[in-house]
Design a protein around this ligand. Structure first.
Ligand SMILES: *[C@@H]1O[C@H](CO)[C@@H](O)[C@H](O)[C@H]1NC(C)=O
Ligand SMILES: *[C@@H]1O[C@H](CO)[C@@H](O)[C@H](O)[C@H]1NC(C)=O
Ligand SMILES: *[C@@H]1O[C@H](CO)[C@@H](O)[C@H](O)[C@H]1NC(C)=O
Ligand SMILES: *[C@@H]1O[C@H](CO)[C@@H](O)[C@H](O)[C@H]1NC(C)=O
Length: 177
C-alpha cells in the first residue's frame, strides 16, 4: 500500500515536471525570431522548401517573430495574387478562341475575387482576428486550386506556388490562435 502511494506520488511529480518543462519549452520558442524561427515554423508545414524560400525572400524576416512572419506571408500572397490577376487579365483579352477565352475568364475571376479577399485578410490580421484571416487564406487557396484545374497552362507555375504557400500559411497562422 505504502509502495503504491509512493509510486503514485512519483507519477504525479513526473507529470507535473514534464508539463512545466514543456510549457517552458513553448515559452522559449515564442521568443524565437529570424532564421531559426523560419526553420522551426516551416518544418511543420506541408511544403517546407516553399515556406522557407518565400519567408526568407523578405528582408524583414531576418528579425521577425511569429506575428511578423505571418504578416510577411500574407503580404506575399496579396502581392502575388494581385500581380497574377493582372497577368490573367492580359491573357484573357488576348484569347483567340472561345474555349481559351472561357478558361482564362474563369481564372481571371477567381484571382480577381482573391485580391479583394486577401486585402480583407490583412485587415483582419491587423485587428488581431487571426482566425478570420486564416479563413480568408483557406478561401483564397480554394480559388487558386479551382483555377489550377482549368486549362490555363500559362498560370500553372504560379498556381502551384500559391497553392503550396497558402497551404503552409494556414499552418503558420494557426499558431497565433
Ligand atoms: C513581435 O514583433 C513586433 C514588432 O516587430 C512587436 O510589436 C510584437 O510585440 C512582437 N510580438 C511578440 C509576441 O513578441
Ligand atoms: C495591384 O497591382 C496594380 C498593378 O498591377 C496596382 O496598381 C494596384 O495598386 C495593386 N492593388 C493593390 C490593392 O495593391
Ligand atoms: C498575346 O498573344 C500573342 C499571339 O498569340 C502572343 O505573341 C503574346 O505573347 C500574347 N501576350 C500575352 C500577354 O500573353
Ligand atoms: C474584380 O473584383 C472586384 C471586387 O473585388 C469587382 O468590383 C470587379 O468588378 C471585378 N472585375 C471584373 C472585371 O470582374
Amino acid at each position: 500500500m505504502a509502495m503504491k502511494v509512493v509510486s503514485s506520488c512519483l507519477l504525479v511529480i513526473s507529470v507535473v515536471l514534464s508539463i512545466l518543462l514543456s510549457s517552458h519549452h513553448f515559452a522559449k520558442a515564442d521568443n524565437e525570431i529570424g532564421k531559426p524561427l523560419i526553420t522551426k515554423t516551416c518544418t511543420q508545414t506541408d511544403f517546407p522548401d516553399v515556406c522557407t524560400s518565400i519567408s526568407e525572400s523578405d528582408p524583414h524576416s531576418s528579425s521577425a517573430n511569429l506575428t511578423g512572419l505571418s504578416r510577411i506571408g500574407l503580404e506575399f500572397t496579396a502581392a502575388k495574387v494581385n500581380e497574377t490577376t493582372a497577368e490573367a487579365y492580359k491573357l484573357l483579352i488576348n484569347a483567340t478562341e472561345y474555349y481559351q477565352w472561357s478558361m482564362r475568364s474563369a481564372c481571371f475571376q477567381e484571382y480577381n475575387s482573391s485580391v479583394h479577399q486577401v486585402y480583407k485578410g490583412l485587415e483582419y490580421f491587423d485587428q488581431q482576428k487571426y482566425h478570420k484571416a486564416n479563413e480568408i487564406v483557406f478561401l483564397v487557396n480554394g480559388e487558386i486550386h479551382t483555377c489550377s484545374v482549368r486549362d490555363v497552362p500559362e498560370l500553372t507555375g504560379t498556381n502551384t506556388l500559391l497553392s503550396k504557400f497558402t497551404t503552409d500559411l494556414q499552418t503558420i497562422l494557426h499558431q497565433l490562435y
